[in-house]
Structure formats: structure tokens, C-alpha cells
Design a binder for this molecule. Structure first.
Ligand SMILES: [Ca+2]
Ligand SMILES: [Ca+2]
Ligand SMILES: [Ca+2]
Length: 244
């Protein structure tokens, strides 16, 4: 599956150069994009290199906003400022106050889960260890579900973080993220327009599936958990491959 996917992706890039985007994307779907769906893949307690690359991309692109290679309150303060500025929420307004509280809570809980040596920062290593422990918890939850237990959950801070990210993307606030909003916000994180638009076309299944909060969370969860290179959730951060 892995190599098949790499092959498809490389071929997809080359085709695009020759034939233009439309035929490349329709070719992708003809070759089985529709069948891929939300594939959970196989689960092992250790994270694969592919999973680590995805998680580190998330770390560097969306969490470490100060770009110093570590997570600390400053990064969440910058994220808080970013959404308030983009949304025009002025200091002292209820949305501004709520957003401050939200980011304090996300950081506090993330620190509880990830800051192993209590130095007030989360390093790359601590980040990966934290996700490895979430991966183990997830496997246990899946096993419990097999014997009639509840659906697996994500940590509460991660659920809140996904909601923040959705609200950041949904610039019009109508409950859906369209391709223009996706491109606009992703470009703010350094994602190229071409990659953002192509990624959107793939995970929206050629614009057949609307990106509402529920589908967004489903795709993000898959991004964090899946080891299947064909999973649609891999594209939710606007990146087309994790080979480099
Ligand atoms: Ca930082
Ligand atoms: Ca630390
Ligand atoms: Ca919208």
C-alpha cells in the first residue's frame, strides 16, 4: 500500500505537469481515490517514520509559531493573537476573553501530557513520546471497543485545538471551510496555494464532501493516528506527501 501510494503520488505530480490539474485529479480518483475513504490502517504501539513525519510537520508548522524548535506558552500566545487579529476580536470583548481562556487551557493540558522533564517547554522528543503514549491509549481503547466499550476518544485539549483550527479556517463563520478559505489560511502557515488547493480537492473527494466541523475532526484525527499513506486525513494540513 505504501509503495503503491508513493508511486501514485509521484505519477500524480508528473501527470499534473503534463496534463494540468483537472486531468491529474480526476485520474487520482479513477485510480481508486473513492475507495480509499477514511482508512484507519494497522496499529502498532510504536509510531512509524511516516507517522512521526506527520506529527513533526504539525509541530513545526502549526504549533511552534515562534519557530525556535520548542513549544511553550509563547507559541500559544501567538496562536491566540493570530485568531483574534484575523477575526477582528478586540481586547476586552467576550470572544477575546474566551479565546484567552481557551489557549491557556490547551497549553496547560498539553503541558500536563507532554512536558516530561517539567521545564515549561515541549521538545520534539517529548512531543513524539506524548503521541506514542496517545497511540498506546488508542490501541487499548480500540480493544475495549471490540468487547463492547465506547468509541475511542482524543484528549480534551486536542479536541479543543481541532475546533480552534476549524474556526481559524472558516473565515466566513458559516460552518463550512471552502477551498478559498483553506488556501488563504494555509498560506499564512507557509503552505503553497497549489499544495493547499490540491490537498483540498483530495480530502473533499473532488468537492463532493463538504468540510464541516465533524468531517474536519474526523480527518484531523486520522492525520494524527493513521499509518496508512492512502488515508484522506493525511491531506488535512495542506501537504501532499511526507516523503522528504
Ligand atoms: Ca516555540
Ligand atoms: Ca520539557
Ligand atoms: Ca466558510
Amino acid at each position: 500500500m505504501c509503495f503503491e501510494w508513493i508511486y501514485t503520488t509521484e505519477k500524480y505530480k508528473n501527470r499534473k505537469k503534463e496534463d494540468g490539474l483537472v486531468s491529474a485529479v480526476s485520474g487520482f480518483f479513477r485510480r481508486g481515490g473513492r475507495k480509499m475513504g477514511l482508512v484507519l490502517g494497522l496499529f502498532k504501539p510504536e509510531l512509524s517514520d511516516f507517522q512521526k513525519r506527520k506529527l513533526l510537520y504539525e509541530f513545526h508548522t502549526f504549533f511552534d509559531l515562534s519557530k525556535d524548535g520548542e513549544l511553550e506558552w509563547k507559541d500559544f500566545d501567538l496562536a491566540r493573537q493570530k485568531i483574534c487579529e484575523l477575526s477582528g476580536w478586540k481586547a476586552g470583548t467576550p470572544r477575546h476573553v474566551q479565546t484567552n481562556e481557551l489557549f491557556k487551557e490547551i497549553w496547560r493540558r498539553l503541558q500536563d501530557d507532554g512536558d516530561e522533564n517539567f521545564d515549561g517547554k515541549i521538545s520534539e522528543d517529548e512531543w513524539i513520546k506524548m503521541w506514542e503514549s496517545f497511540n498506546r491509549q488508542y490501541i487499548e481503547q480500540l480493544q475495549k471497543k471490540e468487547s463492547g466499550g465506547p468509541e475511542p476518544t482524543v484528549p480534551a485539549w486536542l479536541d479543543k485545538y481541532m475546533e480552534y483550527k476549524f474556526n481559524l479556517l472558516d473565515r466566513t463563520g458559516n460552518g463550512y471551510v471552502d477551498v478559498d478559505e483553506f488556501e488563504y489560511v494555509m498560506s499564512d502557515f507557509g503552505v503553497s496555494s497549489r499544495e493547499a488547493r490540491n490537498a483540498f480537492t483530495i480530502f473533499s473527494q473532488n468537492n463532493e464532501r463538504k468540510l464541516d466541523l465533524e468531517y474536519f475532526k474526523q480527518l484531523c484525527t486520522e492525520y494524527y493516528r493513521s499509518d496508512d499513506p492512502g488515508a484522506l486525513g493525511n491531506f488535512i494540513n495542506g501537504k501532499l506527501d511526507f516523503l522528504e
